[in-house]
Design a protein around this ligand. Sequence first.
Ligand SMILES: C[S@@+](CC[C@H](N)C(=O)[O-])C[C@H]1O[C@@H](n2cnc3c(N)ncnc32)[C@H](O)[C@@H]1O
Length: 164
Amino acid sequence: MRDDLHQLAGRGPFRAITEFVNRRIFNELAFRPEDQFVDIGCGHGLLLRMAMDSGVRSAVGLNATDEEVRPLRALGLDVRQGRTDSIPLPDGCASVVACNSVLLLVPEDKMSKSLREIARICKPNARIWLGEIPRVEEITSVPRHESVPTGNIHQDGRGCWAAG
Ligand SMILES: C[S@@+](CC[C@H](N)C(=O)[O-])C[C@H]1O[C@@H](n2cnc3c(N)ncnc32)[C@H](O)[C@@H]1O
């Protein structure tokens, strides 16, 4: 089941990379018990589960399609259908937001609205993770921006992934 969700989220067979990246994001976000977490484009829900297991106050995920939402809800996760440019959540509801490897799928003309929507749902001083994952082998069926770099991925001195 989880393998299917991983495929459905456009992650292909790269499970180890997904787990490595989500663990890294989890560590960076340093969840606290009072946190209200929103994971925009939560994929197969790994980061959402990590946040819930850490004991946050709430953890809500969004995915683009009902097809992706239904199996996650069946696993007991609070996942809703919603797009970056029209987030179905109230103003100021999130103390922590993640949007990882999602904006590279968003059409350019929806980017400004998407960034405004992310800002809208944040509480003051919210912690925000906006991440893209450059991959050597990009799945050709997934739309992407010309600006997403290609080439060999490596870790820079600060531990961030970069393409070169
Ligand atoms: C490559 S997966 C990333 C999953 C997860 N964030 C991670 O890093 O493992 C992309 C996810 O973004 C979601 N997605 C794609 N376009 C979206 C949009 N416009 N708004 C919200 N989610 C979107 C898809 O449903 C998919 O689950």
